[in-house]
Design a protein around this ligand. Structure first.
Ligand SMILES: Nc1ncnc2c1ncn2[C@@H]1O[C@H](COP(=O)(O)OP(=O)(O)OP(=O)(O)O)[C@@H](O)[C@H]1O
Ligand code: SF4
Ligand SMILES: [Mg+2]
Length: 320
């Protein structure tokens, strides 16, 4: 695999002003890169800022601060039509697929929408062949509207729409979370096949550890708007170091574990409450839930340290 970087994100900050002087610190200084042909998983519990990172990379909306370089181009410097053009090698599949589709349009038009908006004509033949490629029967879905599709079909349609723009990279935001388990596997296979066939890089966002682990090359673990650990996927289970990563591994639903004698309440109890991103803890944001926290953790933010090749961790008390 080549190690050329397709996407390079540095010090990304996203804040949402709430009025009354309050601010949501949704993403607070996140840096990562995505290499050619690589899948980077983003893992973390609800509200930790995964979707906000994905959207900020797409400039939807433009981040409060930080740099987003796609194939060497600084996207934060562009706006309007220029931004759409520079960003087009990167396509996002949104967390809620149905609401990302115009409900009044038919499948045949939804597939062709992207290229047509860019002034390219698209033949019926091309639409049919793209529908087939994502496992949709053109004769069946051709005239259907989004609400007439199943969740899995909708997700296939979103993948088709993205591929029509010939991307180098896909950002998939929880692409299977809303689907039945059997359909999940089909969509994951489709994404893997698509990635191989089109030589894509991918950002794969999920809160389900089992799903992220299987599809990713590296995994970035986020907590309350910060990165805790970046780890090769095959090291996560045995060699994860950050106390939060360890908690996530421990709290995988029982069905995924070989020894299922741990009561479900146990993991939840230890997990505790997620603090508010309006007033995040000082120092290490994980300290209010961390079993290893010391006074130092309250006053000093931990920096990323290299634990092994491609493995970085932000914690004062992890021995490297
Ligand atoms: N437009 C907005 N205005 C205010 N706060 C927002 C906005 N968008 C997101 N947030 C807040 O930012 C934080 C991060 O949200 P985000 O949707 O990125 O989390 P997530 O990790 O994708 O969660 P989930 O797993 O539930 O999808 C949350 O506290 C959320 O409430
Ligand atoms: S820096 Fe401190 S609070 Fe944060 S994860 Fe490490 S030990 Fe826990
Ligand atoms: Mg989300």
């Amino acid at each position: 695999m080549m190690t050329e970087q397709v996407l390079s994100v540095a010090d990304l900050v996203v804040e949402f002003p709430l009025g009354g002087g309050q601010t949501v610190h949704a993403v607070s200084g996140v840096s990562f890169d995505v290499r050619d042909g690589e899948t980077l998983g983003i893992l973390g519990e609800s509200g930790c800022g995964k979707s906000t990172v994905g959207r900020a990379v797409m400039q939807l909306p433009r981040p409060t601060a930080g740099s987003v370089r796609l194939l060497g181009d600084e996207l934060t410097e562009y706006a309007g039509r220029r931004l759409r053009r520079q960003r087009s090698p990167m396509q996002m599949i949104f967390q809620d697929p149905v609401s990302s589709l115009n409900p009044r349009r038919k499948v045949k038009d939804l597939v062709a929408e992207g290229p047509r908006m860019r002034g390219r004509s698209v033949s019926d033949e091309e639409i049919r062949s793209m529908l087939s490629a994502v496992g949709l029967d053109p004769d069946v879905v051709w005239d259907r509207r989004p609400h007439e599709l199943s969740g899995g079909q909708c997700q296939r349609l979103c993948i088709a729409r993205a591929l029509m723009l010939d991307p180098r990279m896909l950002i998939c935001d929880e692409p299977v979370s809303s689907l039945d388990v059997s359909v999940q596997a089909q969509i994951l296979n489709l994404l893997e096949d698509t990635k191989e066939r089109h030589r894509l890089s991918m950002i794969f966002i999920a809160h389900d550890l089992a799903v992220v682990k299987n599809i990713s090359d590296r995994i970035m673990v986020m907590y309350l708007g910060k990165v805790c650990e970046v780890v090769p996927a095959d090291r996560l289970a045995e060699h994860a170091l950050h106390p939060y990563s360890l908690l996530l591994i421990d709290s995988v639903p029982e069905a995924h574990l070989p020894d299922a004698d741990l009561e479900p309440e146990h993991a939840a109890e230890r997990a505790g409450e997620l603090p508010s991103p309006i007033d995040p803890p000082s120092g290490c944001r994980f300290r209010t839930r961390c079993p290893l926290a010391t006074e130092r953790c309250a006053v000093e933010e931990p920096e990323m340290r290299e634990a092994a090749p491609d493995h970085f961790v932000a914690c004062h008390h992890v021995e490297l």
